[in-house]
Design a protein. Structure first.
Ligand code: UDP
Length: 332
């Protein structure tokens, strides 16, 4: 049985689908503050071919909530997504982020140790690298996060190293670049309120009543003046977690990997891909730069390829297509 914290959220829910597909029993733990009960309903109703897909509502900041899950189920490993992830908010209200992300994870790890569960795949981020010193960014790049969100994730990475040394708890930390797209069968997708991410914001602006798309900054030192990011498809990303679980199940040591495509796309290129997929001319407002946005973030994914055997397969256009299919359903 795999415990998935944050399994009712965007990335977590796609991972639950991937786990079900691979024949794992899954228990989702989520406080439903940002995750959605509708997503839980969808996941519980998937034909799991006799495998368990259970849901427990609870909060990681409450030790008994999470500890009771380990008492109820025989957990083999944990995939830990539950966290706040908005950079701007993390700077305005760091306490909220340290309590939820760091303290919540400490409770989870305490429950793991008390119940003798020693394997965890942790959802980390390229934000732990901070302003890039060089690109593409490999795992040797210094980790100097420039915001509270990135610092919470780096602190947890450091805690995981200490817990391995002291208690033999093995972790794989997956450092995501820009996650994009939705389930190709449109069962789950990206659903944030408010939405801050590029692709859903462009697509939302194509539906009546939505806000006009705002493009933040066209004066960066990049190919066309807009920020360049590495958009990794959410289904490809989910597959990497299955490889990471497998790696730990086979006795792999604590490790960390970048998850990206090695391709950089500018905001203007993403915008064009959205116009191509939707067949619509999308109105846009050019805005000043958004605070804290580095010009270019691109992953070197060689380590994940070599050591996990993972290769991303989907293109930016695939991600935009599935994201559009998902937004189309939601806008009805
Ligand atoms: N962006 C934009 N308009 C939006 C949302 C994002 O121009 O409504 C830009 C943002 O400034 C950044 C890129 O798109 O350069 C990716 O932003 P996103 O929030 O999707 O991911 P991040 O790179 O911040 O994790």
């Amino acid at each position: 049985m795999i415990l998935v914290t944050g399994g009712a959220g965007y990335i977590g829910s796609h991972n639950v689908l991937a786990l079900i597909e691979k024949g794992y029993d899954v228990v989702i733990f989520d406080n439903l503050e940002l995750g959605h009960i509708e997503t839980v309903g969808t996941l519980k109703n998937i034909d799991s071919k006799g495998k368990v897909v259970d849901f427990i509502q609870g909060d990681l900041q409450n030790f008994d909530d999470i500890n009771s899950v380990f008492k109820k189920y025989k957990i083999d490993a944990v995939i830990h997504f539950a966290a706040y992830s908005q950079v701007g908010e993390s700077v305005k209200d760091p306490q909220k982020y340290y309590f939820n992300n760091v303290y919540g994870t400490l409770n989870l790890l305490r429950a793991m140790l008390e119940n003798d569960v020693k394997r965890i795949v942790f959802s980390s981020t390229a934000a732990t690298y901070g302003e890039p010193v060089y690109v593409p960014i490999d795992e040797k790049h210094p980790q100097n996060p420039i915001n509270t969100y990135g610092r919470t994730k780096l602190m947890i990475e450091n805690i995981l190293d200490d817990y391995d040394r002291a208690y033999g708890l093995k972790s794989v930390r997956l450092r995501y670049f820009n996650v994009a797209g939705a389930d190709s069968k449109t069962r789950v997708g990206e659903w944030h309120e408010p939405e801050t991410h590029l692709i859903p914001n462009i697509l939302k602006s194509t539906f009546g009543g939505s806000k006009k798309f705002q493009m933040f900054g066209t004066d960066y030192d990049t190919k066309d003046g807009t920020c360049v990011r590495d958009y990794i498809n959410v289904e490809d990303l989910a597959k990497a977690h299955i490889f990471a679980l497998d790696y730990l199940e086979k006795g792999g040591e604590t490790n960390y990997f970048n998850l990206g495509t090695t391709e950089g796309n500018s905001v203007k290129e993403v915008f064009k891909a959205c116009e191509d997929v939707t067949g619509k001319e999308i109105p846009v407002d050019i805005m000043p730069r958004r605070e804290g946005d580095p010009a270019t973030l691109i992953a070197d994914n060689t380590k994940a390829k070599n050591e996990l055997g993972w290769t991303p397969e989907k293109t930016l256009s695939d991600s935009v297509k599935t994201a559009y299919a998902w937004e189309s359903i939601r806008s009805i």
